[in-house]
Structure formats: structure tokens, C-alpha cells
Design a protein around this ligand. Structure first.
Ligand code: ADP
Ligand code: MG
Length: 250
């Protein structure tokens, strides 16, 4: 069997003494698309933050391995440098730092020097796919961006940074149909370009329409209670989470 890109075993994490994740086992290989579903408050965003090393959370048990390295104690910065990417539900606004400048410095931190000409060319290509007006490159990061524009700016970062693993937390929520289509296209493009792995946290199937889902995981109360293939997404959309919530109580 191929080595896993990301593997957690018995991952347990707390915030201010409260345990939010209980013994989560998750294995993701390069190029795979995983979907994480579950009712509100189940701990899905928490898992995303813990995987990325957000200092608000404390891992109290279990391990996180990424590309063969134990990263459980690694800072968020170093995880990003190692090739992990998380899109936030509430992205940061930074007056004075342009979208272009932000992406370029993130790229340089990761890969060292980047030729300006090559950078601009790739930026223009990606912005065109996302149908973003080129003037957005010079606007302050997320300042005054609409919800849809923020999501597109995030997918632009994903396409430019080409991380090995991207965790997308409700990237499709609040988007109109056209924006969902463009965001999906950007994600598809990223995956094709870089054989990246995806962990998509979502309630909707819209963003999944154009992506092939390899594995689905259901989280209830900080536990992974079910695993399946892409068909589990449709089953949940028909039947809801009730049967998983019942089995979690038993
Ligand atoms: P999801 O993304 O699945 O909707 P979250 O990961 O955002 O769920 O939240 C999981 C649980 O953690 C929720 O019950 C939430 O209330 C709880 N939680 C989040 N932050 C804190 C905190 N600072 N203190 C205590 N509980 C918290
Ligand atoms: Mg959430």
C-alpha cells in the first residue's frame, strides 16, 4: 500500500479543558478527495484547525503524521510550509497588503525565490479561470471583498500555492450557482495540476458535482461514526444525520 500523505491515529483535542475531538482516525493519500460531513457543532471545523496546528487547541492524545513526519507538535507556519493549506470560514482582512503581494510572499516563504514574470503569468491564468477581474490583484487582501470574492481569493491562493493537502471548510456556503461552479473549477484545476489531496468540509453536494469523491466521513460529537465512498454523500442528503446520531448514542 502507498504511504499516506496525512494520517491521524486516536487524535484527541481540547479547547479550554473541553474535549472536542475523541480518537479521530483519518488516512488521506495524495490525489484523493475526502468529504467530511456532520451536523452543526460536530467538530468538523475543529478537526481542520487541529490538523493545521491552530494554537487555540491542545492535542491531548494521538498523533498527526504528514508526508511521513510526525507534525503533532509542529507550528501552523511550519505545517503550511510542509504543504498543508486551510481555507478559513472567516478569512483575514489585511489593509495595505495586496492580494498579489500576499500570495507572492506566501509562495516565497514556501519555495524560495519566485521569478516575477512567471508569477504574474500564473496569477493571470488562475484569475482568468476564476473569472476574477485583474484589478483584484492590487486590492488589499479581503478588504471590502464580498463573500463570494473572498472565497474566490482563497481558491486563487490554493491554485497558486499548490499545497499537497488542502482543507476546505464550507468553501461553498453562501455562494451563488455561478460562483460555486467557478470555485469547483478552480479546485479541479488545482488537483489536476498538483495531484493534491482534498479534505472538503461541506453540507452541500453542489461543490462536489464536478469532483470525484473517493471517501466520505461522518462526524458526530467529535467522533468519526461512519466512513464510506462517494455514495454516502447522497445517502446523507436523502436521509439526514439522524441514523448516525442514533448510532453514536448507543
Ligand atoms: P462544526 O464545524 O462541525 O459545526 P465546530 O468544530 O465549529 O463544529 O465546533 C465543535 C464544538 O466545539 C461546538 O459544540 C462548539 O460549541 C464547541 N466550541 C468551539 N469553540 C469553543 C470554545 N472556545 N469553548 C468551548 N467549546 C467550544
Ligand atoms: Mg464548522
Amino acid at each position: 500500500m502507498k504511504d499516506a500523505l496525512l494520517q491521524t491515529s486516536g487524535l484527541t483535542a481540547c479547547i479550554e479543558e473541553k474535549e472536542l475531538l475523541h480518537g479521530v482516525d483519518l488516512t488521506i493519500h495524495s490525489g484523493e478527495t475526502h468529504v467530511l460531513m456532520g451536523p452543526n457543532g460536530a467538530g468538523k471545523s475543529t478537526l481542520g484547525y487541529v490538523l493545521m496546528g491552530n494554537p487555540k487547541y491542545t492535542v491531548t492524545d494521538g498523533k498527526i503524521y504528514f508526508a511521513g513526519q510526525d507534525i503533532t507538535e509542529l507550528s501552523a507556519d511550519k505545517r503550511a510550509k510542509a504543504g498543508m493549506f486551510l481555507s478559513f470560514q472567516e478569512p483575514l482582512e489585511v489593509p495595505g497588503l495586496t492580494l498579489e503581494g500576499f500570495i507572492r510572499s506566501a509562495l516565497q516563504q514556501k519555495a524560495g525565490h519566485v521569478r516575477y514574470y512567471d508569477f504574474k503569468k500564473e496569477l493571470a491564468r488562475c484569475m482568468e479561470i476564476l473569472q476574477m477581474d485583474p484589478s483584484y490583484a492590487q486590492r488589499s487582501l479581503n478588504v471590502g471583498f464580498s463573500g463570494g470574492e473572498k472565497k474566490k481569493a482563497e481558491i486563487l491562493q490554493l491554485m497558486m500555492l499548490k499545497p499537497q493537502l488542502a482543507i476546505l471548510d464550507e468553501t461553498d456556503s453562501g455562494l451563488d450557482v455561478d460562483a460555486v461552479r467557478l470555485v469547483s473549477k478552480g479546485i479541479e484545476e488545482y488537483q489536476r495540476d498538483s495531484n493534491g489531496a482534498l479534505l472538503i468540509i461541506t453540507h452541500s453536494t453542489r461543490i462536489l458535482d464536478s469532483l470525484h469523491v473517493d471517501h466520505t466521513h461522518v462526524m458526530v460529537d467529535g467522533h468519526i461514526v461512519a466512513n464510506g465512498d462517494g455514495s454516502l454523500v447522497d445517502e446523507i442528503n436523502r436521509g439526514g444525520y439522524e441514523r448516525f446520531e442514533r448510532s453514536a448514542e448507543e
